[in-house]
Design a protein around this ligand. Structure first.
Ligand code: ADP
Ligand code: DP6
Length: 324
């Protein structure tokens, strides 16, 4: 039996990946940029066992079936192809992150699975090739191979679509994210289905593609010059543009709930009061606040006035993948 284990941390995109050029290989329509975080992670053990007649996937101790296990099985098929084996595998994963709630469990989950398979099958992949492999499990997972800031350079083929670390001279350690947990239940429209529907039907999608290139360049300048205001303002605007595309889709949809709007407004108000804080949102109703680590205690005090303490989780920049 071949066994491997890895831990990968979630990442939150400041410049969003939204739309695929190639659905099978997961080649994105646009490049994206994220911050890997220390608070949420997935730890996965994989065992390739010749006695198994199918793949089995345990998530937090529960046997997964349906769409969730299909995703991991399809990914294992790609790995079997690379490793030239036919053996089925048992995946045992623990998510220290709510699953499918827009908190990027697929990023940490599929990155950890890629890392565990790399160890089990002794593939000895470089970081670049591990990122390419994780990408085929879930696009955003390719960024979770790296700690701190990472850019997924879109490329146009399996070979040249992967993430790389963006050096920030330790500036990432001065930043923090506060998660406002609006709802940790699984969402109605997965990011996969949501982006597919948007690419196919939203007249706003072309506008997204034009805007995201400029937002990415601005973000890289903000990181290079350690300009927090530019970083935060660009991330917030980019998230709003991504979410705007969903309203134009057919049928239209949104990941926002009334509580998300309330939270976004709170962030705007706190900014007017002088706090350095900006929001971003992914494929779910939760709101994430990008801020400076030094402002976290005061911000939490303000946020506690309107949100229950247990709904606020603070994260800092996290490390890259760890293979055991
Ligand atoms: P999220 O916002 O949490 O990333 P998605 O709908 O994009 O939500 O992805 C959730 C899916 O990711 C799950 O249904 C499952 O297929 C996969 N996933 C989540 N956690 C893991 C894990 N630890 N190992 C393997 N796959 C996982
Ligand atoms: C809104 O990486 O979950 O979080 O590639 O289909 O698995 P698949 O999608 P996924 O999409 C993430 C979308 C996002 C933005 C981002 O993380 O860049």
């Amino acid at each position: 039996m071949l066994q491997g284990k890895a831990r990968a941390y979630t990442n939150i995109a400041l410049i969003k990946y939204w739309g695929k050029k190639d659905e099978d290989l997961i080649i994105p329509m646009n490049s994206s940029l994220s911050l890997t975080l220390d608070a949420f992670y997935s730890e996965t053990q994989v065992t390739f066992d010749p006695q198994l007649t199918e793949d089995i996937f345990y998530l937090d101790g529960n046997l997964e079936t349906g769409k969730s296990s299909e995703k991991t099985s399809q990914f294992l098929d790609k790995i079997r192809q690379i490793a030239n084996i036919k053996t089925f595998a048992k995946i045992e994963s623990q998510n220290c992150v709510p699953t499918a709630a827009g908190l990027a469990s697929s990023a940490s989950g599929l990155a950890a699975l890629a890392g565990a398979c790399n160890a089990a099958l002794e593939l000895n992949l470089s970081e670049k090739d591990l990122s390419r492999l994780a990408r085929k499990g879930s696009g955003s997972a390719c960024r979770s191979i790296f700690g701190g800031f990472a850019e997924w350079v879109k490329g146009d083929s399996d070979e040249n679509s992967f993430a790389e670390s963006i050096a920030a001279d330790g500036w990432e350690d001065e930043l923090a994210m506060i998660f406002i947990l609006i709802n940790d239940q699984a969402k109605d429209v997965s990011s996969r289905d949501g982006m597919r529907r948007t690419v196919l039907t939203s007249p706003f999608y072309q506008g997204w593609l034009t805007a995201v290139t400029e937002d990415l360049a601005t973000t890289k300048t903000a990181i290079a010059t350690k300009d927090f205001t530019l970083l935060g303002a660009t991330a917030e605007a980019n998230a709003l543009k991504m979410h705007a595309t969903t309203l134009g889709a057919n049928p239209p949809f949104t990941y926002w709930s009334p509580d998300s709007l309330f939270a976004m407004n709170q962030v705007r108000q706190l900014r007017q009061q002088g706090y350095d804080c900006y929001f971003t949102m992914d494929a779910g109703p939760n709101v994430k606040i990008l801020t400076k680590k030094s402002q976290v205690p005061a911000l939490l005090q303000e946020l506690n006035k309107v949100f229950a303490k247990e709904k606020l989780i603070t994260a800092q920049a996290g490390p890259g993948i760890q293979i055991f």
